[in-house]
Design a protein around this ligand. Structure first.
Ligand SMILES: C[S@@+](CC[C@H](N)C(=O)[O-])C[C@H]1O[C@@H](n2cnc3c(N)ncnc32)[C@H](O)[C@@H]1O
Length: 282
């Protein structure tokens, strides 16, 4: 996430200032997040006490690739009896999310620096009721496919930590990434429980994320897929095409909106077509 830094922003200082909201060793809570984090010690009020009686959170959800945290902060505010873990690979995003969580006084969010590949170590079996993937970075090139959060290998790992009936919830402005994800869900033995080509219209009350707000303002449509591990065993072998250009529509986004992170690939393909067709005509 290439956020513009405010003046006088010192990353290390921010990370230190909001360190109480950040967990650097998530593995030590694997299998016991719901009880071990109840009630969280930090927070200046806000949702404090709102979770009610009990000795554990009702469930645990992961916001993977949380960005600056708008989605997780609003989700946590609405459901104080659910523990949210917000994970991102970018230290800057960790600093912003921890700041927003602290300033909101939330006691049901833990912010964790980490990549998608860390999920299997950070959580135990049957621990996560939901993994939110909001506008994950698409990495359109085949050689970067292993960084995608919806890759077969990752989905197989998520199966190991989801509760029975738990869901992976993908939201994206990218039809190619959505279509690629559908191939991966199928290979990983997930059933699609719900999908939409216009999630904002179908679920208007869902909390939104920073990217969602920004991209929708630019004309994006939000594709949504909820998938849950099914009875089928995952396939060990990748059989889908890994280049997202193979999932582009024939008209190369002639309606004007090019999904986030795909501008370069679209321009290359358009130029190649002009070149090839130009050659044939000439
Ligand atoms: C396009 S932004 C979306 C942020 C936020 N979910 C939103 O909707 O506003 C993608 C985020 O995923 C993070 N990210 C990319 N690859 C990741 C990975 N492999 N593991 C964890 N986070 C990742 C980036 O640092 C970035 O914050």
């Amino acid at each position: 996430m290439h956020a513009r830094l405010p003046r006088n922003f010192v990353l290390e200082e921010r990370l230190e200032r909001y360190a109480d909201a950040i967990e650097l060793m998530p593995e030590r809570w694997a299998g016991r997040w719901a009880t071990a984090c109840w009630p969280l010690a930090f927070g200046a009020g806000g949702a404090a006490g709102a979770a009610g009686a009990g000795d554990r959170f009702r469930e645990v959800r992961l916001d993977l690739g949380c960005g600056k945290g708008a989605f997780v902060v609003e989700s946590a505010r609405r459901e104080p009896d659910v523990l949210f873990v917000a994970m991102d690979a970018e230290p800057l995003c960790i600093a912003y999310t921890a700041q927003h969580v602290t300033e909101a006084g939330l006691r049901n969010v833990v912010v964790v620096p980490g990549r998608g590949s860390a999920v299997a170590r950070a959580f135990g079996p049957d621990e996560l009721a939901c993994i939110h993937l909001n506008f994950p970075t698409p990495y359109p090139r085949k050689k970067d496919a292993d960084k995608r959060l919806v890759l077969l290998d990752r989905l197989i790992e998520y199966r190991g930590v989801l509760t029975p009936g738990g869901t992976v919830r993908l939201r994206t402005d990218s039809q190619p990434l959505r279509d690629f994800a559908l191939t991966q869900f199928e290979l990983a033995g997930y059933d699609v429980a719900w999908s939409s080509d216009n999630e904002r219209a179908d679920r208007p009350d869902e909390p939104t994320s920073e990217y969602e707000d920004r991209l929708v303002a630019q004309g994006a449509r939000v594709y949504g897929v909820w998938a849950t591990p099914g009875a089928h065993e995952p396939q060990a072998t990748q059989t889908a095409s890994l280049s997202l250009t193979d999932y582009f529509p024939d008209d190369l986004f002639s309606d004007g909106y090019i999904p986030h992170g795909m501008g370069g690939a679209v321009i290359n393909l358009r130029n190649r077509r002009v070149h090839v067709w130009g050659g044939q005509v000439g």
